[in-house]
Design a protein. Structure first.
Length: 396
């Protein structure tokens, strides 16, 4: 079946996570994604983390369904070639430091002049302008400055980085959504536009009510460990056999069901726990009661009872548990991504499912420069002599 973005041409100039993962999403949806890399070693992600079959898992995790073309970004002939590629592209994704594209003669004013339909997705730490625009930024720094880190961790412990790169992956999603929105707008206007997504603003976007609570009431939302901010009880409990289970039972439907499972229905009328506000105010005492109950019941039995009562809860899974999870297996969450040496490598598959035009994994991460000649032929109509001249000039 044809992908939703079949026929869409994407130039991916980005590195590390946010930009490449955005481009991978578009590739999964069927776009022809050309990853443009430095000819002297390629993008930095090729050298990060564990290596399998000559490639790093880090690089493979964000670069399937792409073709690789190499350029020397400092070479004027390469910059000219990049402008030619952009002239025929639908979407260009970059996450250089602000000003880098302009110094290469490939800023928005130049590229949009060559291709008024181009959509330029600019991924950065803090944006293309403002007092922090020139600051180097990785996910941890964005989590720190956006307030995400301040809210993560135990109440009496230090600020803690999330276990996954939430700002990077969130930014990738926003960038992909913005690119798709710009494609839809282009259907009406015939013109492309700049799409910006930043790690800093992505982190801020996840703060739920923290911003208005601070501005309106002076409340400083801080760390709560595993507790939900709005619904109590919602926390990790530990069973008699040491199984950790997260239970979310703070609303007026699930709380009585939890109490019924615990055989403590009278607590629903206890003034300490009878309302949302009361439960939040007395959360420590409520958790103590629940934890004392859980400590006397095996984990599988807790899960069985709560699931039968339709109380939201699940075992805190290890990665091994996730790999073996029957729901994940049924849904095909883990897919085999093609690899030239190993045959395939298991990875998480596309997380979005379009039933008529499904996302697919067609190719694995490309070798550095593997498709340079093919892309030049396909996109620009170059012949062997043209390509050989570019090699002579060290442009590719």
């Amino acid at each position: 079946m044809v992908g939703a973005l079949d026929g869409v041409k994407v130039l991916d100039l980005s590195r590390y996570i946010a930009g490449p993962f955005c481009a991978q999403i578009l590739g999964d949806l069927g776009a022809d994604v050309v990853k443009v890399e430095r000819s002297d070693g390629g993008e930095e992600g090729r050298r990060v983390g564990e290596t399998v079959g000559g490639d790093t898992l880090f690089f493979m995790s964000s670069n399937r369904n792409k073709r690789s073309l190499t350029l020397d970004f400092r070479n004027p002939r390469s910059q000219e070639l990049l402008r030619a590629l952009a002239a025929g592209a639908d979407i260009l994704i970059e996450n250089f430091r602000p000003g880098t594209m302009e110094r290469m003669g490939c800023g928005w004013d130049v590229l949009s002049g060559l291709n008024p339909r181009l959509i330029m997705v600019r991924v950065s730490g803090f944006g293309q302008d403002g007092p922090l625009a020139d600051h180097a930024c990785f996910d941890g720094a964005a989590q720190a400055l956006s307030g995400v880190m301040y809210q993560t961790g135990q109440a009496d412990g230090p600020p803690t980085m999330s276990g996954v790169f939430v700002c990077d992956y969130g930014t990738a999603l926003y960038a992909a959504i913005g690119a798709l929105g710009a494609l839809q707008a282009r259907q009406r206007t015939g013109r492309g536009q700049v799409v910006e997504a930043t790690l800093f603003e992505t982190g801020i976007s996840m703060l739920t009510t923290a911003i208005p609570e601070k501005i309106l009431f002076g409340n400083e939302m801080s760390r709560l460990g595993n507790r939900d901010r709005y619904l109590s009880p919602s926390h990790c409990l530990r069973s008699a056999d040491g199984v950790w289970i997260y239970v979310v039972a703070g609303n007026e439907v699930h709380f009585p069901r939890l109490l019924a499972v615990m055989e403590r229905p009278e607590l629903a009328d206890d003034p300490r726990f009878s309302t949302f506000m009361a439960r939040n105010a007395n959360v420590a005492e409520l958790e103590r009661i629940i934890d004392d109950w859980a400590a006397g019941v095996p984990g599988d039995e807790i899960l069985r009872r709560l699931h039968e009562a339709d109380v939201p809860c699940e075992r805190v899974a290890t990665i091994g548990d996730v790999v073996d999870n029957p729901q994940a297996r049924h849904r095909g969450v883990i897919v085999e991504v093609p690899h030239p040496e190993l045959g395939s490598v298991p990875f998480q598959g596309p997380a979005v499912r379009l039933h008529e035009t499904p996302a697919t994994v067609r190719t694995g991460a490309p070798a550095l420069g593997e498709h340079t000649e093919a892309v030049l032929r396909d996109w620009l109509g170059y012949q062997e002599k043209d390509i050989e001249d570019l090699r002579t000039e060290n442009a590719i």
